[in-house]
Design a protein around this ligand. Structure first.
Ligand code: PLP
Length: 416
């Protein structure tokens, strides 16, 4: 970022005044009297998402079972329609993405399909900094194939405990690897991996690769088709703002539509024939073929409104503002938090193209500072042992809030 910043609240206010997305904040419910910087954990409710969920409740109220095939908004096609809606922001064809299940369930479903160990290639490659649920799920997937996680699940090591060296990841994609599973953005440090480059490297070696994009969809633009990703999955309650309990998504590249889902259920059936209730499973030739159960209609109704807000803002504009906000926070960190007696360190890569949407500030006393910051009504989170995660969301946060948060962090230390 070439922008130069000054450290005064007036400058923060000027950045807000010049922000082309500043009008969006009033479309969100901001928890009262607080600075909410936790959208990477649970994004906020927009008025539009509240409207769509209320509409679906009304449909249920007025139509009962006929809601499934109501003319305007048939629940039967909700999962596919939400897939169609999100497709442009992830660079996919509409039939390659579907709203279904939850993140960990989708991981299980996709990995059990794509992990087909052979005599020569039988390992899954993942990394030691991934969100633990992914690792738990991969361990059980290895066991389900009758193999030993200690031998058949390889984890790329981190040298500094924060980030992964991409060259090291590529070197670890060896001849014995059958499948690579990586997070797009590491949940602690916020490092964004080069999805395209690592995917290409895996493919050059004949290895399939799937990405957990829970920490990047909604804040970073993706081009899954162009990058030739085999499959991906992500939740919708972080930067997508669909709320707790909303459906997750899965993407399957169309070149794999002929693969058999390993965890089948009736919603993965060819749509037009699902109600023939035939006992022979005929899988839909789309990402929809990886659905298992009836979709979570009410819990996913928020997604319609939430995605509309993101589509109108434009994912490129969101990324632009998000990078500007994290750059501003790093700038304030450098000038106001790095030195004695504040002694924070930065846990996030400085290169803008290596950052997702949040910043990790590290401190020896992080847990105590975290508690004090919560008392100041700055909603953020703490990841043991020493990370304070701060997420300025392009849709509803302001530069002024970033400034205020840094001032509060200084005050907490000053008052010691
Ligand atoms: C948030 C997150 C999850 C969450 O999994 P759920 O099944 O939705 O609880 C999984 N993986 C990563 C990388 C995440 O960031």
């Amino acid at each position: 970022m070439s922008d130069s910043y000054e450290f005064s609240i007036d400058h923060a206010k000027k950045l807000d005044a010049d922000d082309p997305l500043n009008h969006l904040r009033e479309h969100f419910f901001i928890p009262r009297d607080s600075i909410y910087l936790n959208g990477n954990s649970l994004g906020l409710l927009s008025k539009e998402a509240a409207t769509t969920v209320l509409r679906v409740l009304d449909e249920w109220k007025n139509l009962g079972v006929q809601g499934w095939l109501n003319e305007e908004n048939p629940w039967f096609f909700q999962a596919e329609n939400l897939g169609k809606k999100i497709a442009p922001i992830i660079g996919a064809k509409p039939e390659e993405v579907v709203a279904t299940g939850t993140t960990t369930i989708n991981l299980h479903s996709l990995v059990s399909t794509f992990y087909q160990p052979t005599e020569e290639r039988n390992k899954i490659l993942a990394d030691e900094l991934n969100f633990p649920t992914d690792i738990y799920a991969l361990q059980s997937q290895v066991k389900l194939k009758g193999l030993d996680p200690k031998k058949h699940l390889k984890l790329v090591k981190s040298e500094d405990g924060r980030t992964l060296d991409e060259a090291r990841i590529k070197r670890a994609i060896t001849k014995d690897v059958a499948l690579v599973i990586l997070p797009s953005v590491l949940f602690r440090s916020g490092q964004l991996l080069d999805i395209e480059g690592i995917t290409k490297n895996a493919h050059n070696k004949g290895v399939l690769i799937g990405w957990d994009c829970s920490h990047s969809v909604g804040v970073v633009p993706h081009k899954f088709d162009e990058w030739n990703v085999d499959f991906a999955f992500w939740c919708s309650y972080k930067y997508l703002n669909a709320g707790p309990g909303a459906s997750a998504f899965l993407y399957v590249n169309e070149k794999h539509f002929d693969k058999e889902s390993a965890l089948t259920g009736w919603f993965g059936y060819v749509k037009e024939k699902q109600f023939e209730m035939n006992l022979h499973f005929e899988q839909a030739k789309s990402a929809g073929g990886w659905q298992i159960s009836s979709p979570a209609i009410i819990g996913s109704a928020t997604l319609e409104g939430a995605l509309n807000v993101i589509l109108r803002a434009g994912i490129e504009n969101i990324r632009h503002k998000s990078m500007k906000m994290t750059a501003y926070l790093i700038y304030l960190f450098d000038n106001l938090l790095a030195e004695e007696p504040y002694n924070f360190t930065l846990g996030t890569p400085r290169m803008p193209n290596q950052r997702g949407g949040h910043i990790a500030l590290e401190h020896e006393d992080a847990q105590r500072i975290h508690e004090k910051l919560l008392e100041e009504n700055v909603i953020h989170d703490f990841r043991p042992p020493n990370v304070i995660r701060i997420t300025p969301c392009a849709l509803y946060n302001t530069f002024t809030e970033i400034w205020q948060t840094v001032s509060k962090l200084r005050k907490i230390i000053d008052e010691e």
